[in-house]
Design a protein around this ligand. Structure first.
Ligand code: CTP
Ligand code: MG
Length: 228
């Protein structure tokens, strides 16, 4: 199966609070976006399209490998992925089914095994697949005053990571379906599920954790020191 990767890297990283857009922040001396592109490739993805902030195109082009396509993202993650998906059209294979893997630049240390598991599930016939992890903490619902109102049985709960993999035609149709609706989506699997398509799961990995706040970056630095 032919595989194209999309890296969502057009966010500003407000919660991280760095001077650079989050995807350009260095980890072990390399921008986060470069790590994310590298794990997709190491896991079997052939071409990669990266969505970047409009004001930072040159900075991204300067750090990314020359064969990575850079496109301008949008105001939301969904808009950024939509732009990259349109650009990815030119990487579609005539001979075989094309898989699209959508990944966050903010998950730099995703092991290639996770990418390979997603690709294997698609090759096995799934149209949509996400890597997931169990919820280990007790999980509750609170009211507006922060008072606990209910326990949530956690056995069926999962935390969803990226890369999320899709049959390309399925993802394109789901994004077309979502267009014009007022719904807000935080990931691509919810766009696909809103179009009525079942989303399958494979095992994620704690190392694919998302870098959101400064503490996450420090933890990732410790991990890369161990890798060196
Ligand atoms: N993203 C994007 N386009 C946007 C917003 C986010 O491509 N308009 C990307 C980010 O670059 C990131 C991923 O989506 O790789 C996950 O988003 P998040 O962790 O929320 O990153 P930011 O939006 O950059 O961070 P913050 O919400 O703290 O500003
Ligand atoms: Mg964000």
């Amino acid at each position: 199966m032919h595989a194209v990767g999309i890296v969502a890297a057009a966010g500003s990283g407000l919660r991280l609070g760095a001077e650079l857009p989050k995807a350009l922040v260095p980890l072990g001396g390399r921008p986060l976006v470069c790590w994310a592109v590298e794990s997709l490739r190491a896991g079997g993805v052939e071409q990669v399209v990266v969505a970047v902030p409009a004001s930072q195109q040159a900075a991204f082009t300067a750090v990314l490998p020359a064969d990575v396509q850079v496109v301008v993202g949008g105001d939301t993650r969904t808009a950024s992925v939509r732009a990259a998906l349109a650009a990815a059209r030119e990487h579609v294979s005539d001979q075989e089914r094309t898989a699209v893997l959508v990944h966050d630049a903010a998950r730099p240390l995703t092991p290639p095994d996770v990418v390979a598991r997603v690709l294997a599930a698609l090759a096995g016939g799934a149209r949509a697949v996400v890597p997931v992890l169990p919820v280990v903490d007790t999980t509750v619902v609170v009211d507006a005053d922060g008072v606990v109102t209910a326990d949530v049985p956690r056995a069926p709960l999962r935390r969803v990571q990226t890369p999320q993999g899709f049959d390309r035609a399925t993802l394109v149709a789901a994004y077309a379906h979502a267009h014009g609706t007022a719904a807000e989506f935080t990931d691509d699997a919810s766009v696909v599920r809103a179009a009525g398509i079942p989303v399958h799961t494979v095992a994620g990995d704690e190392r694919a954790a998302k870098i959101t706040v400064a503490h996450d970056l420090r933890m990732a630095e410790l991990q890369t020191e161990r890798l060196r």
